[in-house]
Design a protein. Structure first.
Length: 169
């Protein structure tokens, strides 16, 4: 059985930052007419306050959906070792300084005019709460423990999981 460890405030932010930077790509889920709409997005920055930053097309469906309903879910999965699910709100801006800060050469695939492409927007995701699961010792130890569990029949879980909250209650 996994160890249960709920995290709040700065400790939750540290875990979110670690997992988001490690996994990088999430399913970015918006709501439209009460239904979840999901698409893969890469985190450009996980800041010290636990906010996650993305580059997005100004005219994308996700931007339109955020303008109607700013409630967003982010779902990360890093193989069989790491999971992160976050609930929060998203805001859209066109701050050119932030775009330059988040820019990387791969973004030119979507924004062909480069960092000055007028189609670029920035999405800032601020989490309210979430859930995480992570291994304690990394991939190799986890695999060895799973093999040993399979051979011996004894359950050896190497995970730690819990709820994440920006504010404690």
């Amino acid at each position: 059985m996994s160890d249960k460890k709920n995290l709040v405030h700065d400790v939750a932010v540290t875990e979110i930052k670690s997992l988001a930077e490690d996994i990088k790509t999430c399913m970015f889920c918006t709501y439209k007419e009460g239904r979840l709409k999901s698409r893969p997005m890469s985190v450009q920055l996980a800041d010290e306050d636990g906010n996650l930053w993305f580059l997005s097309s100004r005219h994308s469906d996700k931007n339109s959906e955020i303008q109607v309903d700013d409630e967003v879910e982010l779902l990360f999965s890093g193989g069989a070792e790491k999971y992160l699910a976050l609930h929060g709100t998203a805001t859209i801006s066109f701050d050119h300084e932030k775009i330059k800060e988040l820019w990387n050469p791969i973004a030119k695939i979507w924004f062909t005019e480069g960092v000055d492409d007028p189609n670029i927007s920035v999405i800032k995701f601020s989490f309210d709460d979430g859930y995480y699961w992570d291994t304690k010792h990394g991939h190799m130890v986890s695999m060895l423990k799973m093999v040993r569990s399979f051979v011996t029949g004894a359950r050896e879980d190497d995970g730690v999981e819990g709820n994440l909250k920006r504010n404690g209650h």
